[in-house]
Design a protein around this ligand. Structure first.
Ligand SMILES: [Mn+2]
Length: 351
């Protein structure tokens, strides 16, 4: 807290319904109130909105442990502890630059699982008609497929930036609903352009890359975060891109609550650094998937997912112009940034 004249006093509760401005970070008791993502307004009204947070509680495509249908709710709950101040590394509050709302969850009939993909795509088509960037909370990783299908109808082929322990490009028959094959289908159908796409963190075998650049776990561990960021930015170029973050990119020590954990992964610190490196890319959609709360411990995984999602918002906001500061409640400490700046707070060594 740098606003020494502003005490950390919760002004109200249920900001999901009671907030008076769509902008800014505002304190609310972490343990109470309606748990919208980052305490944003809970609404289906997307007029003037920049980013719609959308839950897709679908976990019928998982090949191992289920439970990610409970992911959106858990990520929202964990995000309550992040909502009172901007993400630490940045010199601005992304929520002062972006009008972000929580749209709630996509509905589908769990008794008709094969209809779910079309239901998800149809819901996103309606959301995208308002010109928003969707930030999806999964759900298992299959949900990226119906979301990409809706985005492709608006934006055409996209670059995919994919963090995961798994490539999810294993060959598969048309129409199968599987959380390990949807990027094979997405490439085959032209939703994503492998020549501009990059997959990071893989540590499971797949003999085929289908033209994707695969920066696997060994290469990422060996050459580090900065080299990976350079590789991402070179690969994407100026193409519109979709960022998908499977929480199992993280090592199980940092994300135990997931369906198909694989050891030898990455820390939350490394993940946040990588996401910061996406600042300025032309992101048209993003997701954080595969959080399975029944396998989580102490909300480690859902907090990691909420933090990655918050950092994705900052990466998107970094290239947006600063707007005049709105009403900021207790807990806001961001300084007004220069127009269009994308600055990280400088690091100063102690002493
Ligand atoms: Mn995975």
């Amino acid at each position: 807290m740098s606003n020494s004249d502003t005490p950390i006093v919760p002004a109200t509760t249920d900001l999901a319904f009671t907030r008076t401005s769509p902008y800014g970070s505002q304190a609310e008791p972490t343990y109470s109130g309606a748990p919208s993502f980052l305490r944003r307004r809970y609404t289906k009204d997307l007029a003037g909105v920049d980013v719609a947070v959308v839950g897709v509680p679908f976990d019928l495509a998982t090949t191992n442990r289920p439970g990610t249908r409970l992911g959106p709710r858990a990520i929202r709950a964990a995000s309550a502890s992040l909502a009172w101040c901007p993400p630490y590394a940045w010199d601005f509050d992304p929520l002062e630059r972006l009008n972000v709302v929580d749209w709630g969850d996509v509905y589908f009939d769990s008794g008709r699982p094969h209809e779910a993909p079309d239901a998800i795509t149809a819901a996103y088509a309606g959301i995208l008609a308002h010109g928003v960037v969707p930030l999806t909370l999964g759900g298992d990783h299959f949900v990226s497929f119906p979301v990409l299908r809706a985005l492709h109808a608006v934006h055409g082929p996209m670059a995919l930036v994919h963090f995961d322990a798994h490539s999810d490009t294993w060959r598969d028959a048309d129409g199968r609903i599987d959380h390990g094959t949807m990027f094979f289908h997405a490439a085959r159908l032209g939703y994503v352009d492998p020549a501009h796409s990059i997959q990071l963190g893989m540590r499971t075998h797949n003999g085929e890359t289908h033209g994707f650049r695969v920066l696997d776990a060994r290469e990422l561990h060996a050459h580090g975060v900065d080299a990976a960021i350079a590789a991402i930015r070179e690969r994407v170029g100026g193409m519109k891109c979709y960022v998908t973050f499977d929480i199992d990119f993280l090592d199980p020590a940092y994300a135990p609550g997931t369906g198909t954990p694989v050891v030898g992964g990455f820390s939350t610190h490394q993940a946040l650094q990588l996401v910061r490196g996406l600042a300025g890319l032309p992101i048209v959609g993003m997701d954080v998937v595969e959080v399975s709360p029944p396998f989580d411990t102490s909300e480690i995984t859902s907090l990691a997912a909420a933090s990655v999602a918050q950092e994705l918002l900052a990466a998107l906001a970094a290239s947006r112009p600063a707007r005049a500061r709105g009403l900021c409640g207790a807990g806001t400490r961001a300084r007004r940034p220069a127009r269009g700046s994308a600055r990280l707070r400088p690091f100063r060594a102690p002493g």
